[in-house]
Each structure stands twice: as structure tokens, then as C-alpha cells.
Design a protein around this ligand. Structure first.
Ligand code: FEO
Length: 391
């Protein structure tokens, strides 16, 4: 794809990765992704903002074929899907300097062996003149690494946000269709940004001071109505959780599945919405999205070798790492002869600082008394949600 013009002298470059299905050997990419770079031609200097994943280096290099000089390479974030082609750019443009935060400078040296003397460290709110265009750099740490920053092109009121506000969506649309982008953007937030909710809140306040016409992230399409994605982030970050229980489970011989079915029915009868996931087959990205708004997580598991099923351990670990807004957790399941299932799962989710509601563990098949205990758990979840004013 050729460079596409955004404003006079401002171009979208980069590569669409239609076929990538996994990021960081961890995150499913059902819709592929893109690595966006941007080129700004000022009256005196030219800046390239970010690069592309090394697997797409040829695409970026061909887009730069007719660009005789690049003076600055702005590196918002040292992760290799944006920085990995910087060494090739520095080789092509022998006088170019990298501009990054001081913290990113060390990371670029460590990760990519970029010579330190070719990196100019900048301070928060420092500016860089390209002649008739001015970039202002704004430190926005932890979106989603400690060194991250965004840059603001004053004359055109464009915020180049790198991962912040990004989405893993392969599309030829330059600007986001709001109805289409919401789910991929929320998925991206859930998987990448949610663990840093509190600092993101501060970063949102920081950029609120800027008048924005466009937000140009480094994954997925741009936003020509920045309020759309900023308001969505405010909701995901700051709104209280909703009256939703995520029920995620594995069943080996059907006992846990029966308990889950009963719980889902009991919660539904009591007005609690449920999102159910069978963890042997679930898309963990969809599970992460569900955790953005859920007030409660219930994990269902059989007992395997004295503890929870490994897929359920993984879900508990993931939930704990993603730090969603959940306020209540519980465990249901079945065992054959004993084990430490409940202690292991609640211990794995201790970082959530959520209240642990009475678990229900039965021996073999669930019996009437077990179903009654599940009814009590559902009633407890519903009443706790009501008591906390969870909408
Ligand atoms: Fe898109 Fe954190 O890299």
C-alpha cells in the first residue's frame, strides 16, 4: 500500500498484517492487525513516527523509496512491532536521529542495539520544530510499557498515540467506522491496557487538555472523532462494574458442567447477566473483553491431580494479571477424592482484592444439596451487586 495523505505534509505509512493470528505468542488476533507509521514533512525537517514489525520491513522501506531524507525517527514505544525496523531506517538515513523518552532510549539500546549517540532523549512536553510543523511530546507511561509517550502535531491537531487507543484490526479503511471498531478496540484495551487502568486514567486527563481533530494510533484505523474512543476509554477505565457475572469453566465428565448450567440459570432468574466460557475452547480475548465490565467471576473446575484443571488455573492467572474491576469471585466444581482446588484458585486471584463468596465443591455428581448451595451463591451474587449499587 502506498502512503496515504492525512493532512498536507502528513502521511499514513505502515503495513496491514491480515494473516497474523497471534501476538506475543499469547494474544489471539481474530481480525489480524496493522503496524502504522506516519511521515511528517515540515518546511525544514522530515520526521518518521514509529516503524513497523520487522516481518513487514519491506513494506515500509518501499513506501520510503521516494523520500530522500528523514531527519528524525520518533519512537513512542520500544516494543519491536513499532521499533523493530528502526535499525534499517537508521542505516538508510545515515544522518537521522531517534527521538524518544530517556527510558525508551535505554530500552532501544538493549532491545535493538541502536547506538546510544543516535538517540535524542526528550522531556515531557518538549517540542521539536520541523519548520512549519511542531511536534510536542507528552509522556504517557504504562500504555503499556513504562517508557511510552505520545506526540501532538500542533498545527494539525493530530495525536499520534502508538499503542494507546489502538486496535488489532486489519482493514484498508483509514478512519474507523465507529460501529465496527468498538469491539476490536475494547478487546485491545482488555488484553493490553486494562492492567494499567489507574495510570491510564491520569493519561486520559493529561491529553484532555489538547484540542484534537484526529487520533492516529499505531495499530488499527485512525479516529476522526477522537471523543468516541476517549469516551469509550473513560467508561472502561472508570465506570463501576456492571451487573454481570463471568462464569468460566472446564468439565471433564459432566459434573462441573451441570453445576455451571444450574448456576447460570439461577443467576439469570435473579437478574444477573451471565457471560459463560468453556475454557478448553474459549477465545481468551473474548474472556478478557467480558472481564472489562463484569462485577463477579465464578470459576468452575473439576479436580485434577489434587488441584484445579490447568485451563482454569490459566484463567485465574489471566484474570489476576489483567486486574479488571471485579468485586466478587467464587469457585464451583467437583472432586473425586480431595485436593486444594479452592485455595489454589482464590490464591491465584488474590491480586484482584475481590471478596470471595462461598464456593460450592461437591463429591462426584452434584446432588440436591449442592444445587441448593449454588442457588444460595447466585442469591448472594445478586444481593451483593444490588447492595453495591452495581447497575
Ligand atoms: Fe504495539 Fe506494545 O506494541
Amino acid at each position: 500500500m502506498k502512503p496515504r495523505i492525512i493532512r498536507d505534509g502528513v502521511y499514513a505509512l505502515g503495513a496491514i498484517d491480515w494473516d497474523r493470528r497471534l501476538f506475543d505468542s499469547l494474544i489471539p488476533l481474530p481480525d489480524g492487525t496493522s503496524y502504522n507509521a506516519y511521515l511528517i514533512h515540515g518546511s525544514e525537517k522530515t520526521a518518521l513516527l514509529d516503524t513497523v514489525d520487522p516481518s513487514k520491513m519491506d513494506v515500509l522501506m518501499s513506501q520510503l523509496e521516494d523520500v530522500p531524507e528523514v531527519d528524525y525517527v520518533v519512537s513512542h514505544h520500544a516494543e519491536q512491532d513499532h521499533s523493530g525496523t528502526i535499525p534499517a531506517i537508521l542505516e538508510k538515513y545515515g544522518r537521522a536521529k531517534v527521538v524518544s523518552t530517556a527510558r525508551a532510549r535505554g530500552m532501544l539500546v538493549d532491545l535493538l542495539a541502536i547506538p546510544e549517540e543516535r538517540i535524542i532523549p526528550i522531556e515531557d512536553r518538549e517540542t521539536l520544530s520541523l519548520g512549519d510543523k511542531t511536534l510536542e511530546f507528552i509522556n504517557t507511561p504504562w500504555v503499556h510499557w513504562p517508557e511510552t509517550m505520545v506526540s501532538y502535531l500542533r498545527e494539525d491537531r493530530i495525536l499520534f498515540s502508538c499503542d494507546f487507543f489502538g486496535s488489532h484490526l486489519a482493514t484498508t479503511e483509514l478512519y474507523a467506522s465507529e460501529s465496527r471498531i468498538l469491539e476490536p478496540a475494547k478487546r485491545y484495551y482488555a488484553e493490553i491496557m486494562m492492567p494499567f487502568r489507574k495510570v491510564i486514567q491520569k493519561n486520559l486527563e493529561k491529553i484532555a487538555a489538547y484540542e484534537l481533530d484526529i487520533i492516529a494510533p499505531s495499530h488499527g484505523p485512525l479516529y476522526d472523532r477522537p471523543a468516541f474512543i476517549i469516551d469509550a476509554y473513560r467508561d472502561w477505565v472508570s465506570s463501576p462494574p456492571r451487573n454481570i457475572a463471568v462464569v468460566a469453566y472446564v468439565s471433564m465428565h459432566g459434573s462441573t458442567a451441570r453445576m455451571v448450567n444450574h448456576l447460570v440459570g439461577a443467576l439469570t432468574e435473579r437478574g444477573v447477566a451471565v457471560e459463560q466460557f468453556e475454557l478448553a475452547t474459549a477465545d481468551i480475548g473474548k474472556l478478557a473483553v467480558a472481564l472489562v465490565d463484569a462485577a463477579t467471576i465464578v470459576l468452575g473446575t473439576p479436580t485434577v491431580l489434587g488441584g484445579p484443571h490447568p485451563n482454569v488455573v490459566y484463567a485465574a492467572y489471566l484474570a489476576n494479571a489483567l486486574k479488571p474491576k471485579v468485586r466478587f469471585v467464587s469457585v464451583i466444581g467437583s472432586y473425586g477424592w480431595g485436593g486444594k482446588t479452592i485455595e489454589q484458585l482464590t490464591g491465584t486471584m488474590a491480586g484482584l482484592e475481590a471478596e470471595v463468596l462461598d464456593p460450592v465443591l461437591c463429591k462426584g455428581l452434584p446432588r440436591q444439596s449442592d444445587f441448593e448451595a449454588i442457588d444460595n451463591l447466585a442469591a448472594s451474587i445478586a444481593s451483593k451487586h444490588r447492595a453495591q449499587g452495581i447497575p
